[in-house]
Design a binder for this molecule. Structure first.
Ligand code: SAH
Length: 382
């Protein structure tokens, strides 16, 4: 077998290579893997972490994903929807802090009232970022509202205004189709198909969004081979961004009795997955997630030390934070918005990275795809 150090120097990896990277539990190998991922992140993306202010707009959901604490079937969840004013205030906080973009997320609805509301929200934030903050093109916007029609994606894109900093996050959750069906196996509308998920990602791409996907790591029934296939799927989908975090059990979910991985093993597997993915997809943006921070306090900075280059500090108003409980003990539900200042300080102290203020923060992957497109279009001209 090749020495581990030699493996780390490769730029192309076989499935067996990826599996070996992902599986290692040797502390020295793990440290070498994380250090290599951090180094390559610096080489490709520089020393900057992009920040997105995360606004959790509503926890009303019409689906029943078994892992999720805000699924429709969780009758204990107190449902809320923020007002436009509350959303604007949260966005204002993020833009004042110099985060060049906001990320808007909620439970999944596709009724006309909701579609109109999100359209109005996108337009209002865009307008505010131009008028109040003098951002000529408008701030960056990342939307995360689940599977929608092509027409809806187009309406929201138009409302968000800045097509150069328009993103959408829709995780595949797992590329193991049997497991995907099991996770989304409720009756009727609760059911989701992997095929529909891929169609949605393709629709997002054709609408012009920078496309982000991702998976949960350590889902009961998921194997390390599944995680390798996840990485290959990210490549096939040619995604621009990734969000991946540990699967954490949720009392409001429908899989409590299936348990979850032990904390230390889960933290290691998550870091291994982040770093292995970074080596395989050097140019994409990878987020250090709230789920990782929930698993262990301070672990978000460990995510950065494993190859992540994006963070999404929560800027949702205090009054509703505790109700957006995707999983148990979600980090940040108690803390006041200024805890983000502390997060920034920790990040700088522990990783040596800087915060990319007033930047849209599109991935190198997206920017080089744009360039290729432009060159091709120029070549096509007579
Ligand atoms: N309804 C939207 C956005 C909210 S859920 C959507 O589904 O896209 C956002 C992400 O939270 C999901 O993609 C899932 O990967 C993650 N998530 C949900 N429940 C979780 C849990 N129990 N543990 C870890 N991550 C979870």
């Amino acid at each position: 077998m090749k020495p581990f150090a030699e493996l780390l120097q490769q730029t192309d990896f076989s499935d067996a290579d990826l599996l070996r990277l992902l599986k290692t539990s040797d502390p020295l190998e793990c440290q070498a893997l994380y250090a290599e991922a951090f180094k390559r992140t610096t080489q490709v993306h520089g020393n900057v972490i992009y920040f997105r202010g995360l606004i959790e707009i509503s926890n009303i959901c019409t689906y029943d994903c078994r892992y999720c604490g805000i699924r429709k079937g969780n009758l204990a969840a107190r449902r809320y929807t923020l007002s436009i004013d509350e959303i604007l205030e949260a966005a204002r906080y993020a833009l004042k802090a110099g985060y060049g973009s906001v990320a808007l997320q909620s439970g999944e609805r596709d009724d006309p009232k909701f579609i109109d509301f999100i359209e109005e929200v996108c337009a209002a934030i865009h307008d505010m970022s131009v008028r109040e903050f003098g951002i000529a093109e408008g701030c960056g916007m990342t939307l995360s509202f689940g599977e929608q029609s092509l027409e809806t994606y187009e309406r929201w894109a138009a409302a968000a205004g800045n097509r150069n900093a328009l993103r959408y996050l829709l995780r595949i959750e797992t590329s193991n189709q049997k497991l995907f069906s099991h996770l989304h196996s409720g009756q009727g509308r609760a059911q989701k198909t992997y095929a529909a998920r891929l169609q949605a990602l393709s629709d997002l791409r054709s609408t012009g969004y920078q496309v982000g996907t991702g998976v949960m790591i350590g889902i009961p029934g998921q194997s390390e081979e599944d995680l390798v296939r996840d990485i290959l799927t990210f490549k096939e989908l040619d995604v621009d961004m990734l969000g991946m975090g540990p699967y954490l059990v949720s009392q409001g979910g429908a899989m409590v009795e299936e348990g979850m991985m032990h904390k230390d093993a889960l933290l290691r597997l998550t870091r291994n997955m982040l770093s292995t993915t970074r080596l395989a997809l050097p140019t994409v943006n990878i987020a250090a997630t709230t789920a990782l921070e929930t698993l262990e306090s301070g672990a978000r900075t460990l995510g950065v030390l494993s190859g992540c280059n994006v963070m999404m500090p929560n800027v949702t108003p205090q009054r509703t934070r505790a109700s957006y409980q995707l999983y148990d003990n979600k980090q940040g539900t108690e803390s006041d918005p200024d805890s983000n200042v502390q997060l920034e300080a920790e990040l700088i102290a522990n990783t040596g990275r800087a915060i990319g203020r007033h930047l849209f923060g599109s991935s190198v992957h997206f920017r080089s795809r744009q360039k290729t497109k432009k060159t091709k279009a120029a070549d096509a001209r007579p």
